[in-house]
Ligand binder design. Structure first.
Ligand code: ACO
Length: 213
C-alpha cells in the first residue's frame, strides 16, 4: 500500500523530504494522519495481548512495510508510522519497543531486541523556533543479520549495526558498529571482537541429543 496516495500535494512533498533525509514538516496534517493510522493499529495489536495471533499477524501486515512470517513482536510495541519499518524472519522484539521510523528502519533476519529498546530515526531541529514549528530530519537505521540489542539500548538515526554484533544493555549507539563485535556504553564503543573462543559448546550439546526438546 502507498500511504501517500491520498495525501495533498504539500503532504506528498513533506513525506518525500522526510524519506530523503531532508528537513521536513513533522506536523503536516497528512503526516499526523499517517501517525494516527499507526497508533490505531498498534493500540489494537497491544490490546490483543497473546490471545489472537491471527489478528495480530493481520495487523502487523497492515502496519509495517514488511514483516517475516515468524517474527515475534511482544506487546507493547509502538512506532511512528510503521510503513517505513521492514522486519525479516526469525526476528524477536521483546516488550516495550519503540521505533520512530520517519526514515527507513531495516531489521534483517535473526535480529533479537531486548525489552525497552528505542530505534529513533528522527531528530527535531536544534533551533528553537524551527523545532516548535515542526522541523525534523530523519536518517535510516539498519540492523544487519543476527544483531542482538540488550535491554534499554537506544539506536540513533544514520546508524548501521554490523552482522552478528551485540550491543550491551543501556548503550546509546550514535555511530556505525562493525560486524561481529560487542559494543557498550554511551556513546557505544567497541569492547571486543566476537570470535570462535566465545562458543560454549551449546550447539554440539543439542546435536548430541538429536536437537530435540
Ligand atoms: C531478547 C532479549 O535480548 S532478552 C535479554 C536481555 N538481556 C540483556 O539485555 C543483557 C545484555 N547483556 C550485556 O549487556 C552484557 O554485559 C554483554 C553481552 C554486552 C557483555 O557480556 P560479557 O562479554 O560477559 O562482558 P563482561 O561482563 O565480561 O564485561 C566486560 C566489560 O564490559 C563492561 N560492560 C559489560 N556490559 C556493559 C554494558 N551493558 N554497558 C557498559 N559496560 C558494560 C563490564 O563492566 C566490563 O568492564 P571492565 O572490563 O572494565 O570490568
Amino acid at each position: 500500500m502507498d500511504i501517500t496516495e491520498t495525501m495533498s500535494e504539500s503532504g506528498k512533498v513533506e513525506w518525500a523530504r522526510m524519506i530523503a533525509g531532508q528537513v521536513y514538516q513533522d506536523t503536516h496534517p497528512d503526516i499526523d494522519s499517517a501517525r494516527l493510522r499507526a497508533e490505531r493499529l498498534f493500540t489494537e495489536y497491544n490490546r490483543l495481548g497473546y490471545d489472537n495471533p491471527q489478528r495480530q499477524g493481520e495487523i502487523l501486515s497492515q502496519l509495517l512495510g514488511a514483516v517475516g512470517d515468524d517474527a515475534v513482536i511482544k506487546p507493547n510495541f509502538r512506532c511512528e508510522l510503521g510503513c517505513n519499518i521492514s522486519i525479516g524472519s526469525n526476528v524477536h522484539i521483546n516488550y516495550d519497543c519503540a521505533i520512530l521510523d520517519n526514515a527507513p528502519v531495516t531489521i534483517h533476519d535473526n535480529v533479537w531486541i531486548a525489552p525497552k529498546v528505542g530505534l529513533f530515526a528522527t531528530n527535531h531541529a536544534l533551533d528553537r523556533d524551527e523545532r516548535i514549528n515542526g522541523a525534523c530530519q530523519a536518517s535510516p537505521i539498519i540492523l544487519e543479520d543476527g544483531v542482538w540489542l540488550g535491554g534499554h539500548v537506544i539506536v540513533l538515526g544514520g546508524v548501521t549495526i554490523g552482522a552478528g554484533s551485540v550491543i550491551g544493555a543501556g548503550s546509546v549507539v550514535t555511530k556505525d558498529i562493525p560486524e561481529h563485535v560487542v559494543a557498550v556504553g554511551n556513546p557505544a564503543r567497541v569492547l571486543k571482537p566476537i570470535t570462535s573462543d566465545d562458543k560454549t559448546g551449546y550447539l554440539e550439546r543439542l546435536d548430541a541429543r538429536g536437537n530435540q526438546a
